[in-house]
Design a protein around this ligand. Structure first.
Ligand SMILES: [Zn+2]
Length: 135
């Protein structure tokens, strides 16, 4: 973007809405696009496993297992809320409040977490005598 070097600092301070509007109207379509990209465009990160875009707040609207896993891993509070719903009201309540797809994805995630917990408890993978997966 061009800057007017001859403009004194005093003039720069008297930026009224009218002056700002006039300056804005001088910008080309390309310059406006560049500014919009610089200041307004939200760039989302990607889930490493699949490369899909990761939205920091919303549940995935895809059917990708990796995206759902990333969503649940990042949102510890959401997982606690779901576990609270399941413990208090049961699975039917979770289906009613979040939908069947969401419930299915959560159950897959919970099963995976359970397997990871077991793997951590027995890192060698050897069936030791007296070892039980259930704590
Ligand atoms: Zn994905």
């Amino acid at each position: 973007m061009e800057t007017n070097e001859s403009e004194s600092p005093k003039q720069a301070k008297t930026l009224t809405p009218e002056v700002a509007k006039r300056e804005f109207e001088k910008l080309t379509h390309q310059q406006i696009g560049k500014l919009r990209s610089q200041y307004f465009t939200v760039r989302l990160g990607a889930v490493k496993a699949c490369g899909h875009k990761f939205h920091p707040t919303d549940a995935p609207d895809t059917n990708c297992a990796d995206c759902w896993e990333a969503y649940f891993r990042v949102h510890e509070g959401v997982v606690q809320g779901i576990e609270s719903i399941l413990a208090t009201f049961g699975e039917v309540a979770l289906v009613k409040s979040h939908g069947s797809k969401y419930t299915k994805r959560y159950k897959q995630f919970a099963a995976q977490m359970h397997e990871e917990r077991i793997a951590r408890m027995n890192p060698t993978g050897i069936n030791e005598p007296g070892f039980s997966a259930i704590p």
